[in-house]
Design a protein around this ligand. Structure first.
Ligand code: IPD
Ligand code: CA
Ligand code: CA
Length: 257
C-alpha cells in the first residue's frame, strides 16, 4: 500500500464546509423510496474524486453517487460514501459522516470515517490498529449478549424486508441490554470499533456503507461477517454482522432464530 494516511485524512477533512452548508443539504433530489441525494453529497464526492485522482492517479474509484462506473475488483480502488446519513443531514440531526476505504487484494487496507459535526475522525490501517482523533480505540470486552448494547439498521430502502427485520430486532432487543438506531451505518461500525456499542447489524448494506467501518472494527479487535458468518465479499451488498468478537456467535444465533 502506497497511501499517505495524513494526506488522505486532510482531504477528507476539507469537505466539512459542504456538510455545514444548509442550502446544499436542503437541495434534495429523490433517488428512490425514502432515498435522497443532496447537493452536499454530490459536492463531497466530486471534491474527493478529483483530489484522490490527482494524488493517486492509478487507483480506481467507486463512489455511491456515481456507482455506474465499471471497476475491476482484482485491482486497487477507493470506496467512498460521500455522506453516510443523508437523511440525518437533511433533518439537521448532526450524525452523518464521510466514509472512505482503500481496497486491495480483496480486503480493505486503510479506512477513514469522519463526522464533521463532532469533529471525530476514526481511521485504521491494516495491521496497525484503529484510532479516534489520534488515540487508539478498542472494542468492548462484554462476553454476554444480555449485557450488550446493539445498534440496528433498518434497511430503509428495502421496505419489503421490514417483517423479517423487525422480527430480528425484537429478538435482539429481548436478548440484549437495549438497541439503538442511528441513521449512519458507517458511524454504527465506528461505534462498535470505539466501544460505544457492543454490536451492529443491518441487511443489504452496500460496499460504500460498510467497507471502511469493517476495517475499523477488525483493527479494534472485533469481528465482521455476514449473517451466515462468512467473510465479507467487498464486491457485493452484504448483510452485516459486527461485534466485539466475544458476543458474535450468540448474536448470530439470535439473528438467525
Ligand atoms: C444509509 C445509512 C443508514 C442505513 C442505510 C444506508 P445513506 O446510507 O447508512 O443508516 O440504514 O442502509 O443506506 O443512504 O445515508 O448513504
Ligand atoms: Ca450509506
Ligand atoms: Ca450516502
Amino acid at each position: 500500500m502506497d497511501i499517505c494516511m495524513e494526506q488522505v485524512i486532510d482531504m477528507v477533512h476539507s469537505v466539512k464546509p459542504f456538510f455545514m452548508d444548509n442550502a446544499m443539504s436542503r437541495d434534495v433530489t429523490v433517488k428512490g423510496l425514502a432515498d435522497f441525494v443532496t447537493k452536499a453529497d454530490t459536492s463531497v464526492q466530486s471534491r474527493l474524486f478529483s483530489e484522490l485522482s490527482k494524488h493517486y492517479p492509478g487507483i480506481q474509484f467507486m463512489g455511491e453517487e456515481d456507482h455506474m462506473q465499471a471497476v475491476d475488483f482484482s485491482r486497487p480502488m477507493w470506496i467512498l460514501d460521500p455522506i453516510d446519513g443523508t437523511t440525518n443531514l437533511i433533518y439537521s440531526y448532526c450524525h452523518s459522516a464521510v466514509s472512505l476505504g482503500y481496497y486491495e487484494n480483496k480486503a480493505i487496507s486503510a479506512a477513514v470515517i469522519y463526522n464533521p459535526f463532532t469533529e471525530e475522525t476514526f481511521y485504521a490501517v491494516r495491521g496497525q490498529g484503529a484510532f479516534l482523533n489520534g488515540r487508539r480505540i478498542r472494542v468492548t470486552q462484554k462476553t454476554a449478549l444480555k449485557d450488550s448494547l446493539i445498534a440496528i439498521g433498518t434497511s430503509p430502502y428495502d421496505k419489503e424486508m421490514a417483517e423479517d427485520n423487525f422480527h430480528i430486532f425484537k429478538e435482539v432487543f429481548k436478548h440484549s441490554l437495549d438497541i439503538r438506531r442511528s441513521g449512519s451505518a458507517a458511524l454504527d461500525l465506528a461505534y462498535v470499533a470505539s466501544g460505544r456499542v457492543d454490536g451492529f447489524l443491518e441487511r443489504n448494506l452496500k460496499p460504500w456503507d460498510y467497507s471502511a467501518g469493517a476495517l475499523l472494527v477488525e483493527e479494534a479487535g472485533g469481528q465482521v461477517t455476514n449473517y451466515s458468518l462468512s467473510p465479507l465479499d467487498y464486491s457485493k451488498n452484504q448483510d452485516i454482522l459486527a461485534s466485539n468478537r466475544e458476543i458474535h456467535r450468540e448474536l448470530q444465533k439470535v439473528v438467525m432464530s
